[in-house]
Design a protein around this ligand. Structure first.
Ligand code: KIV
Length: 304
């Protein structure tokens, strides 16, 4: 899989990749630059996750974003025309109230450019899954730690640590797969539970904090790139592949220094008036210091 084929990824292709031996890759993105990075890196799926609430919008949980917020972010990702499948996250309360609202909200994400939607919950959400599938929209499930249930769960905690809770997760996964979900996210469950789920369903499992026995893995863009707050603690499953927040802060500090020290902008970074215009100004008595660059032209300090 991956962007190299240049064939746009689809939910059926993801569904049928189960057992291919090549793990699926999904990364979140919420805007055009992050979508270009994720797609350019060859991810199979871009998840426009409701995690946007926490990693971009500064909220403490994911409950604050609305369908309109998600439409805004899905649209930004879609306008980059990625090869990867765009999965739009249905936010809290967008699929809990009625069948009609559920379908209309899912359709809004599709009209914004998503090729599939994701919702949280197991057997409790089968009616929503059926309604969305009935509107011909592919659905990705999400079980284990479901952040939209944060108050009901009592916090961001590993799920399925007891035998009955583990069995509930397996049964939920089987029900979602049988209902027609094309893939299932498994968040924060012990690896043995993830293995049971992966072996029990014929659709790919995509793990986050679920160990290696999944058919694919997903991480949040800002966690993966070290752009989630310097010094902020991240869950143990996050592997940070870059330190972009430090790099970006240094770059902006460099710009600030250049401005304050008069090194920015240089002559090359300036639109100059023609000599003819400068002559006209000067003949009318105006003193022009920037006609041609002077001996005091600042030297450009190269970015680090
Ligand atoms: O919103 C999100 O980023 C997610 C992932 C954690 C799977 O749902």
């Amino acid at each position: 899989m991956g962007a190299s084929t240049q064939v746009p990824m689809t939910a059926p292709r993801i569904r049928h990749s189960k057992g291919s031996g090549t793990p699926l890759v999904m990364v979140t993105a919420y805007d055009a630059p992050s979508a270009r990075v994720v797609d350019g890196a060859g991810a199979d799926m871009i998840l426009v996750g409701d995690s946007v609430a926490m990693v971009v919008l500064g909220y403490d949980d994911t409950l604050q974003v609305t369908t309109d917020d998600m439409v805004h972010h899905v649209g930004a990702v879609a306008r980059t025309r990625p090869n990867a499948l765009i999965v739009g996250d249905l936010p809290w309360l967008s699929y809990h109230v009625s069948r009609d609202e559920t379908v209309h909200n899912a359709a809004k994400l599709v009209r914004a450019g998503a090729g599939a939607v994701k919702l949280e919950g197991g057997r409790k959400r089968l009616e929503s899954v059926a309604a969305i599938l009935d509107a011909e929209i592919p659905v990705m499930g999400h079980i284990g730690l479901t952040p939209q249930s944060i108050h009901a769960l009592g916090g961001f905690k590993v799920q399925g640590k007891q035998m009955d809770a583990a069995q509930t997760i397996v049964d939920d996964a089987i029900a979602l797969a049988e209902a027609g979900c094309f893939a299932i996210v498994l968040e924060c469950v012990p690896d043995g539970v993830a293995r049971m789920v992966t072996d029990s369903v014929d659709v790919p499992t995509i793990g986050i904090g679920a160990g290696r026995h999944c058919d694919g893995q997903v991480l949040v863009f800002h966690d993966l790139l070290g752009f989630a707050g310097v010094g902020r603690s991240t869950p143990k499953f996050v592997r940070r592949y870059a330190a972009l927040e430090e790099t970006a802060t240094l770059a902006v500090a460099h710009f600030a220094d250049d401005v304050r020290e008069g090194r920015y902008p240089s002559s090359e970074e300036t639109y100059h008036m023609t000599d003819q215009m400068a002559d006209v100004f000067e003949s009318s008595g105006l003193e022009l210091s920037s006609r041609a660059e002077t001996a005091s032209e600042p030297t450009v300090s190269p970015p680090v």
